[in-house]
Design a protein around this ligand. Structure first.
Ligand SMILES: NC(=O)c1ccc[n+]([C@@H]2O[C@H](COP(=O)([O-])OP(=O)(O)OC[C@H]3O[C@@H](n4cnc5c(N)ncnc54)[C@H](OP(=O)(O)O)[C@@H]3O)[C@@H](O)[C@H]2O)c1
Length: 296
């Protein structure tokens, strides 16, 4: 079962699949099999990060999928991210080389600044150079609010092509999507299901819309994202759910559905709030700072 996944065209002309497979919180032991199954199911975009500590397993799955003839390298779109302690010009150059090696690749499709923290301006200069040298096809950021994103755009030679942000029916961020559109930055939503918290999968509004279309709640959520121009990267270790999450290209929501989903917006993040000092502490502590020793 492979439905045709549509693509977005990034500002530099690179085509990026509108749906991909996220590997956050997939344990190292399960990651290779999960990514192989995702590729077998039809996913072509794989989203990892140094902080997920599974780049080697992602790389092993890609190698096997290519060797088995399931896919060619150029058909895949591989994303990884530099974490806070990898920020700064030199650090990011080294981090990029380390990630590429772990992934077993000769180039990256998309490289992202993971958090809007640390010396990301230095990192951006490094990423611009790597992009200009053809080692990365597209560069972008994650978790940048509109003000930070605009500031980076004012100071960049190459503007971010993608901003990967928390986005789901409980945190819809429509005005931020408008700003991204005006800047030519492609939105990519992480945690499309908010990891299932706060009753996302049993929400009565979403259940009613799903029943109306003969689809599931996850499928309605993913379709809603796509129709708002947001790239999605759902994560599942279960093959049947991988298939379910990919089976969203044969139906459309209507104006009533959109109006009902709009009522679910709380206007607040469910997962990550970079405006909170306690959250900044937590992010810097992640992986028992300093990350560079644990990631090397
Ligand atoms: N840039 C950032 O800061 C950032 C932050 C977080 C995440 N991300 C990226 O975004 C990706 C997706 O976000 P996420 O993994 O946090 O959360 P998510 O995709 O919203 O939710 C994943 C959870 O939903 C379950 N699930 C998936 N499909 C399902 C289905 N059809 N029915 C029922 N349950 C289903 C999964 O369980 P099973 O696995 O057991 O099926 C898992 O518990 C990540 O993997 C990562 O690549 C980026």
């Amino acid at each position: 079962m492979v439905n045709k996944i549509e693509s977005a065209t990034l500002r530099n002309g690179v085509r990026m699949p509108m749906e991909g497979f996220g590997v956050f919180q997939i344990p190292e032991s399960d990651c290779k099999e999960a990514v192989l199954n995702a590729i077998r199911t039809g996913y072509r975009l794989i989203d990892t990060a140094t902080s997920y500590k599974n780049e080697e397993e992602v790389g092993a799955a890609i190698k096997e999928a290519i060797e088995e003839g399931i896919v060619k390298r150029e058909e895949l779109f591989v994303t990884t991210k530099a974490y806070i302690q990898e920020m700064g010009y030199e650090n990011t150059k080294e981090a990029f080389a380390r990630s590429l090696k772990k992934l077993g690749l000769t180039y990256l499709d998309l490289y992202l600044v993971h958090m809007p923290l640390g010396d990301y301006y230095g990192s951006w200069r490094a990423m611009e150079e790597l992009c200009g040298a053809g080692q990365i096809r597209a560069i972008g950021v994650c978790n940048f609010d509109s003000a930070r994103l605009m500031d980076l755009c004012y100071n960049a030679k190459i503007r971010p092509m993608v901003n990967q942000i928390e986005r789901h029916p409980h945190y819809q961020r429509l005005s931020e999507l408008e700003v991204m559109k005006s800047l030519g930055v492609q939105p990519e939503g992480w945690a499309p299901f908010a990891e299932g918290i706060k009753g996302m999968f049993t929400n009565p509004v979403l259940q009613k819309i799903a029943a109306k279309h003969g689809k599931s709640v996850p499928q309605v959520i993913l379709r809603w994202d796509i129709e708002q121009g947001v790239i999605i990267i759902p994560k599942s270790v279960h093959r049947n759910r991988m298939e379910e999450n990919l089976d969203i290209w044969d139906f459309a929501l209507d104006a009533n559905d959109r109006a009902e989903i709009a009522t679910l917006d709380t206007g607040r993040p469910s997962m990550l709030d970079c405006s909170k000092p306690s959250e900044i502490d937590r992010l810097y502590d992640y992986l028992n700072h300093p990350i560079l020793t644990s990631l090397s």
